[in-house]
Design a protein around this ligand. Structure first.
Ligand code: URA
Length: 238
């Protein structure tokens, strides 16, 4: 048994908020009867109608991994008409990205219409590991690496422990490549962490998200997750 508004939203028909509006305004029928009560529980065998549409509550969820290029927005639509990660994926389902990458950040982003999984993965308590490669100005010295590992202050709060390795320093360009794994998801977290040690990030790529990496996916390419990969993501939020 699930709440009616959740079943409608999870079906990809509309957002949770709009589903609630549809219910309270009397547009939703369960087994032929109008239901205006938010929180009404429904089961898979119930027939749910919104106006003339039948809601598919046994739907097949879709899960994608995308290698996001630069200059793409991580949301479902953009008020300035810029291309979004959703535009890159050929589907009729109402999918959306799990979390965000900045406009200029590249790499792994997962998209789905499974609201339950998405919400749980995005929740701060989910502790999902994300690995980034950051190209930053200057040489990041051992002391600074240690600071990043132990936590730095961003907006007055210390970041959690992170795994951090200097992969390369290019003397000619005076830039460092740093691999950094975090399990939080504060806004612009990686850029702010480097800001805290006075190194500006000039390029940022997310190379890993939980059990997933970019193997075989060139920039702009995507594929469906396998059932096994989805099952692993589910196992991480239990
Ligand atoms: N941290 C950032 O600063 N930007 C991203 O896009 C992701 C993590």
């Amino acid at each position: 048994m699930e709440r009616l508004q959740k079943v409608i939203a999870n079906s990809g028909y509309t957002s949770r908020r709009k589903a609630e509006e549809l219910i309270t305004s009397g547009k939703v029928k369960v087994n032929g009867k109008i239901v205006k009560e938010l929180g009404t529980k429904v089961k898979n065998s119930d027939t749910i109608e919104v106006g003339n549409d039948i809601i598919d509550n046994n739907k097949n969820y879709e899960y994608y991994i995308l290698n996001k290029p630069r200059s793409i927005i991580s949301s479902t639509e953009d008020e300035h008409g810029r291309k979004t990660v959703v535009d890159l994926i050929d589907t009729n389902q109402r999918i959306y990205p799990i979390g965000r990458l900045d406009y200029d950040t590249t790499g792994i982003i997962i998209l789905t219409n499974d609201g339950n999984l998405a919400n749980k993965l995005m929740h701060p308590s989910s502790n999902i590991e994300k690995t980034y490669i950051a190209k930053v100005e200057g040489l990041v010295n051992n002391n600074e690496i240690k600071k990043l590992r132990e936590g730095v202050l961003i907006e007055g709060k210390k970041t959690a422990k992170a795994k951090v390795h200097l992969k390369k320093y290019d003397k000619k360009t005076d830039k460092s490549l740093v691999e950094i794994t975090i399990h939080e998801g504060k806004n612009h977290q990686i850029k702010k962490m480097f800001q805290a040690i006075n190194h500006e990030v000039v390029k940022l790529k997310r190379e890993k998200y939980a059990n997933l990496d970019l193997r075989g996916l060139k920039s702009g390419m995507y594929r469906k997750l396998t059932n096994k990969e989805v099952a692993i993501l589910y196992s991480l939020i239990k």
